[in-house]
Write a protein of this length. Structure first.
Length: 100
């Protein structure tokens, strides 16, 4: 389903693990249309910022030399992306509870 995300959309651009995490954000918070969720920009920016801070970049071409190995391929990057995603979701949901 998301194979084209790999290798930074096959051209070393935005990391596929980050793209996948953004898909999870969309799936979790959007019921019908992205425009119906007024905070999509803010939470997506938080995700991208947290990912970039942790990985040093959001570009596959810059992440791959640091985190990719022949044996594990992108497993480390995907695992770190999942950790970042979990942290962003937890912080976001907690902030939303406090606003209510």
């Amino acid at each position: 389903m998301a194979a084209a995300f790999g290798g930074g959309f096959q051209v070393g651009d935005i990391c596929g693990a980050l793209s996948g995490a953004a898909c999870v954000i969309s799936s979790r918070y959007v019921e019908t249309k992205a425009h119906d969720y007024k905070d999509m920009r803010e939470i997506t920016q938080k995700l991208v910022s947290a990912f970039q801070e942790r990985m040093g970049s959001r570009l596959c071409s810059q992440i791959k030399p640091v985190f990719h190995t022949k044996e594990t391929k992108c497993e480390n990057t995907v695992a770190i992306s999942a950790e970042v995603l979990e942290q962003v979701i937890q912080e976001w949901d907690e902030a939303q509870k406090q606003r209510s």
